[in-house]
Design a protein around this ligand. Structure first.
Ligand SMILES: Nc1ncnc2c1ncn2[C@@H]1O[C@H](COP(=O)(O)OP(=O)(O)OP(=O)(O)O)[C@@H](O)[C@H]1O
Length: 253
């Protein structure tokens, strides 16, 4: 489904590669957590996967099609199948839960319909169902700026789900949330993941969460993959290598 083929990224003016020779193949059903210290390349990796960041070398293939060969419009079609959630939620604060969730349909609609805010009966029904799935029915008409962080992330998840995605990408979606709320958000992500047989890829700083929820862990260090395997194989030693040690030793299981 997703093949990351020996990619490297060097930002303009950068002294070293932000990502270096990364090779990964992922399929639907994989729930992948990306671990690594700040600056190890996690966000750059996510941005390469959805085509927001061009690679300096190598290529990202979705179902055997290289992102680098796609025109902007085709890239938008690929992105429509990728639901994104963000650390700072990226919602429209003055709009309600319902209105924010409905923006998840925008990739499928004409600019005119988006501008005038016309939604079909089917879109409205689905939005209400998904809001119920994330347990926010009682908040549906509240402005998003009045919600807690955990509730905002639920809105983010609902908006992404309305896109009908095949892939769920999260760039540190629980970094600003407390441990209990983070756990509940991951539980919800896992529920959506299993129900729709998604490919889920989440950057996370919390190793415990990764070990609890991921089916596969990838650890980055200085832009290189130093671990790729099952959560139970990510032991104290791998933890130390990822977050403390200066030497880079790859372990792919
Ligand atoms: N737009 C940019 N221009 C130049 N350098 C960048 C840019 N974005 C990231 N970098 C550099 O690339 C490297 C990887 O950054 P990236 O944001 O991918 O790391 P990260 O693991 O996601 O970090 P964090 O956990 O702090 O979000 C870092 O050295 C960073 O300074």
């Amino acid at each position: 489904m997703l093949k990351v083929n020996n990619i490297s990224v060097r930002y303009p003016g950068g002294e070293r590669d932000a990502l270096s020779n990364v090779n990964v193949s992922l399929i639907e059903g994989d729930f992948v957590c990306i671990l690594g210290k700040s600056g190890s390349g996690k966000s750059t990796f996510i941005r390469c996967i959805n085509g927001l960041q061009k690679t300096t070398r190598g290529e990202v293939l979705w179902n055997n099609t290289s992102l680098s060969t796609l025109a902007d419009k085709q890239l938008m079609t690929v992105r429509r199948e990728i639901g994104m959630i963000f650390q700072h939620f990226n919602l429209i604060p003055r709009l309600t839960v319902f209105q924010n969730v409905l923006t998840g349909t925008f990739g499928y609609r004409s600019t005119f319909k988006n501008l005038v805010g016309w939604f079909s009966r089917e879109e409205i029904k689905r939005a209400k169902q998904i809001i119920a799935d994330v347990e926010l029915t009682d908040q549906i008409n509240r402005r998003v700026e009045q919600l807690s962080g955990g509730q905002k992330q639920r809105v983010g998840i609902a908006r992404a789900m309305l896109q009908n995605p095949k892939v769920f990408l999260g760039d540190e979606p629980v970094s600003s949330l407390d441990p209990g709320t983070s756990n509940r958000i991951f539980t919800l992500l896992q529920k959506m993941h299993n129900r729709h047989n998604l490919l889920t890829i989440i950057n996370v700083h919390n190793v415990e969460l990764a070990k609890l929820f991921a089916t596969r862990i990838i650890a980055l260090k200085d832009g290189e993959v130093i671990f790729d395997g099952l959560p139970e194989a990510f032991t104290e030693q791998e933890f130390h290598q990822t977050y403390h040690s200066t030497s880079v030793k790859t372990k792919v299981l």
